[in-house]
Design a binder for this molecule. Structure first.
Ligand SMILES: *[C@@H]1O[C@H](CO)[C@@H](O)[C@H](O)[C@H]1NC(C)=O
Ligand SMILES: *[C@@H]1O[C@H](CO)[C@@H](O)[C@H](O)[C@H]1NC(C)=O
Ligand SMILES: *[C@@H]1O[C@H](CO)[C@@H](O)[C@H](O)[C@H]1NC(C)=O
Ligand SMILES: *[C@@H]1O[C@H](CO)[C@@H](O)[C@H](O)[C@H]1NC(C)=O
Ligand SMILES: *[C@@H]1O[C@H](CO)[C@@H](O)[C@H](O)[C@H]1NC(C)=O
Ligand SMILES: *[C@@H]1O[C@H](CO)[C@@H](O)[C@H](O)[C@H]1NC(C)=O
Ligand SMILES: *[C@@H]1O[C@H](CO)[C@@H](O)[C@H](O)[C@H]1NC(C)=O
Length: 797
């Protein structure tokens, strides 16, 4: 068989492989026959050779009669991959004759899957499985590669391209492999010292804007790409907009924004930004009864705080006249009628509670003139509220309730905050929203999936009036566990003083989250990394907290504080001993700067860091034991304790182990020097610690309703906490950088305790700070906890 070796080499096998193959008594003659069939005894392209080899090595006995057919399919370029050959062998197996069309179909001949398609499908797959992938990381890569390759649309795609795409997207989502991805051997009980170490979620380098270029958002049309009822509408539109992407964020000014809106803001502003477009902030102010000035102000403040600047701020009420004129047109076209039905009658005509037959009301076919006349009287204020409405004449036969003659106008006598008493007829959301989108030349009207059914009626109305038609696209709204988003319900908690106000830090209103100290960047990253799909998402608040921690870990200076001080005396130091200790604002990050604190004979540590009863798994301070003090050179050893008459430990006597041979301590605790000459310690007048407002993840489903689910311990106030003098440098630095107006933007990591921010109740004299006298300026310090240091630290601080 040795003479076959050079033949095998000619078709592309390696020397080694050729030798092995030649020795194989079954494979060698088969491969030689296949080479004969293919007439490539003098050599061929290596790609073809590999395919021939695959055929020879896998062909079955029952398929053998069709060997020449398969060889031909390889040499003519129809079969390009091993996968196709395998399918081909399976197909011809046992067949007396072959129908070429059926063969081609079964083996994917001519099917081209572009890298772009692979990318889209992989993106979709990853989005659908994001929670699992984020949680289980690279462990899911293997199974998911198999799953993706099984996708129908990728049946004939190049496996290598799929793998590379999946690898790339995993990398973008999770960052490089790290210790979490090392296969775990069964570990022994983790050491206590490990448990105490600050746990920090690894920062993941993800381009937060990627959601706008990938996945479902990437498939949206380009401006100009959506068909109009009359083509000239698009020509005019493009002439005006120059083909720019235009989006809008259209809140109703009847409440404060919540975390769900952070998604709407990011999607609308972000999509436009990603495509060099612009975004309107449009107050949808068509219901004068619910609107209040404070909501208008808060909404724009919040949008700006999140880092977005509207291209224009508009109001639906800007268009009342235009909307009215179009209503007249709609009536003249016979597509609207005034209707005297009551709400109950309308409900009954729409099939009632049990979805019965729908019937037209007697007003539906009244003459156009009569409707025009009554609509005019509506406008003149000659009807009472609720006596008559203008309804659109849509399609009662349509299965979509949004076609059942929606109300376009109603009579309301409440003065409007902008138009006063100019109008007593107000257009409804259903009538207004699409038309104002059209007036403003919105290209992509991005909204949540609750509006899916409204999409058709949206298009119906703009087409009926022959005005420019935007495209509506819906995404799943964002919701988090353990909270309430409903405006009505929050209002109820506010009026019943169950929370302090709309900006109570325990709420998930954006003003509340802001006052809790959460940085806007953390919110945006949270939203962006969740991505945009059409699925409704209820996200575990723990994921939100993790995002906040990640951001604060990178940005917040560290400060040693003790919330429950315990006095420690280092008996071998002189009464007037003072050593300056330099403390980095963030370990291993020189750019964050440093501050200096005194180290003296008398210190305070956190009571939680001392135990009278020592145990083997306890590494902090206990009688007879050495423990490290953060940033201090030598450890201290507890040699004695002093108690008060009730038996409480009031002082711990220690030895500073500066001249004995000491062992490197197992753990380090934080501390604050008692050094009045240097202003140390600094008193923290109030430390406010939040726990979740509700006891359950779904308060609405709790027994007795959400009001019955309130966690009485959700706010606790700690008085008597202490901080090092580092707080002065950090506050001065923050005032220098930000002006110091938004107190909540002074954020810290209190070492080993949690993330905190300065409360607005803090008494801080900014002028004095600017004059360099921060000690005098900072008079009454109140801090709020933003988030715990790690997920399970719930009750411990
Ligand atoms: C989205 O919804 C579809 C169908 O409702 C479901 O099959 C899919 O798993 C969902 N994806 C996610 C990420 O929840
Ligand atoms: C997570 O993904 C892995 C790998 O694809 C799969 O085996 C597992 O069932 C998934 N778990 C969940 C909860 O979907
Ligand atoms: C929208 O485009 C039309 C032309 O299609 C133009 O007349 C109109 O002024 C534009 N609207 C706004 C608010 O810019
Ligand atoms: C801190 O908590 C108090 C009490 O709930 C609240 O009134 C205040 O607004 C909070 N401040 C910040 C900045 O979150
Ligand atoms: C949310 O996360 C917490 C902590 O990881 C977990 O106990 C809880 O079951 C999660 N809830 C849901 C709905 O996934
Ligand atoms: C948010 O999710 C909860 C379930 O966790 C649900 O009861 C509530 O209605 C949702 N809220 C919104 C506004 O979708
Ligand atoms: C703040 O700015 C002032 C004047 O610009 C400067 O003198 C001072 O050192 C700065 N303080 C800090 C902490 O950076």
């Amino acid at each position: 068989m040795d003479e076959l070796i050079p033949v095998f080499v000619k078709i592309g096998l390696s020397e080694q492989k050729a030798k092995e193959t030649a020795k194989n008594k079954k494979l060698a003659p088969m491969l030689a026959t296949v080479i004969d069939d293919a007439q490539v005894g003098d050599g061929c392209d290596k790609d073809i050779g590999i395919l021939l080899y695959h055929l020879a090595s896998t062909i079955t006995k029952d398929a053998a009669p069709h060997r020449a057919y398969l060889v031909n399919k390889i040499t003519n370029g129809d079969l390009k991959s091993n996968d196709q050959i395998t399918a081909g062998i399976k197909f011809v197996d046992d067949l007396p004759s072959i129908d070429e069309k059926a063969f081609d179909e079964a083996t994917g001949v001519g099917v081209v899957v572009t890298a772009e398609q692979v990318k889209d499908l992989v993106t979709g797959f990853i989005n659908d499985n994001k929670d699992n992938i984020s949680a289980n990381r690279y462990k899911t890569l293997g199974p998911n590669l198999a799953a993706v390759r099984k996708l129908e649309a990728l049946r004939w795609a190049d496996g290598g391209v799929i793998k590379k795409e999946l690898d790339d997207q995993y990398l973008a989502l999770l960052g490089p492999r790290d210790e979490r991805d090392v296969p775990q051997k069964k570990k022994k009980e983790p050491k206590a010292a490990k448990k105490e170490a600050v746990q920090v979620e690894a920062a993941r380098p993800v381009d937060p804007m990627r959601m706008f270029y990938e996945g479902e958002l990437a498939r949206l049309h380009k401006p100009g790409g959506n068909k109009q009822i009359k083509p000239e509408l698009m020509d005019e539109h493009l002439k005006t907009t120059g083909g720019k992407v235009m989006t809008r964020f259209p809140p109703e000014p009847n409440g404060y924004l919540h975390i769900g809106h952070a998604k709407a803001i990011n999607v609308n502003f972000g999509y436009a930004k990603a495509h060099n477009g612009v975004t309107y902030l449009r107050y949808d102010d068509t219901n004068p009864e619910a609107e209040e000035e404070k909501y208008f102000t808060s909404i724009i403040d919040t949008v700006r705080w999140l880092g977005f600047e509207p291209w224009k701020v508009t109001y639906s009420s800007d268009y009342f006249q235009q909307l009215y004129e179009l209503a007249l047109q709609l009536i003249r076209k016979g597509l609207a009628y005034t209707c005297q039905c009551t709400g109950e009658e309308i409900h009954a005509h729409r099939g009632g509670d049990d979805g019965g037959a729908r019937t037209a009301c007697v007003h539906r076919d009244r003459p156009v003139e009569e409707t025009l006349d009554q609509f005019e009287k509506m406008k003149q204020g000659r009807y009472k509220e609720g006596e008559v409405t203008l309804r659109m004449k849509m399609d009662l036969e349509n299965g979509n309730p949004q076609f059942w003659d929606l109300i376009a106008y109603r009579v309301l006598y409440t003065p409007h905050h902008r138009t006063g008493s100019d109008w007593c007829i107000y257009p409804t959301y259903d009538y207004t929203h699409c038309l104002v989108d059209s007036f403003e030349n919105i290209t992509h009207s991005l909204c949540t999936t609750e509006f899916i059914q409204s999409r058709e009626s949206y298009y119906w109305l703009v087409d009926a009036l022959e005005v420019y038609k935007p495209v509506q696209w819906e995404y799943g709204r964002l919701n988090v566990t353990g909270t309430i988003m409903s405006k009505r319900k929050i209002l109820k908690m506010v009026t019943n003083k169950l929370v302090n106000d709309w900006d109570d830090p325990r709420l998930f209103t954006l003003v509340g989250i802001r006052r809790r100290g959460v940085p806007p960047e953390a919110i945006n990253n949270f939203v962006l990394e969740l991505g945009v799909t059409t699925n409704k998402t209820v996200i575990n608040t723990t994921r939100f907290d993790a995002k906040v921690r990640e951001h604060l870990d990178n940005t917040a200076p560290r400060l040693m504080t003790v919330l429950e001080p315990l006095k420690v005396v280092l008996k071998n130091l002189a009464d007037d001993f003072v050593e300056d200790i330099v403390v980095p604002n963030k370990p291993r990050d020189a750019a964050m700067g440093e501050h200096t604190v005194p180290f003296t004979k008398v210190l305070y540590i956190d009571r939680a860091d001392f135990r009278e009863q020592d145990s083997k798994d306890y590494y902090r301070m206990a009688p007879g034991k050495s423990v490290g003090l953060l940033h201090v050179k030598h450890p201290v050893r507890c040699v004695d304790i002093e108690k008060d008459s009730q038996g409480n430990v009031v002082t711990v006597i220690c030895e500073y182990e500066n001249d004995v041979a000491f062992k490197k301590p197992k753990t380090y605790i934080h501390w604050i020097a008692d050094c009045p000459a240097r202003g140390s310690p600094v008193k923290l007048d109030e430390v406010r610690v939040y726990e979740p407002l509700f006891k359950h993840e779904n308060p609405e489903k709790a027994e007795g309703g959400y009001l019955n689910d309130l966690n009485e311990l959700s706010l606790s106030v700690v008085k008597g906490g202490l901080a090092t003098v580092g707080i002065y440098d950090q506050v001065a630095d923050w005032v220098n950088k930000t002006g110091g107006k938004d107190k909540e933007s002074m954020r810290w990591q209190f070492v080993r305790t949690g993330y905190f921010c300065l409360d607005k109740d803090t008494d801080l004299d900014l002028d004095l700070v600017k004059k360099g006298n921060v000690k005098e300026a900072l008079r009454h310090i109140v801090v709020n906890r933003t988030v715990t240091l790690k997920e399970d630290a719930g009750k411990s601080s």
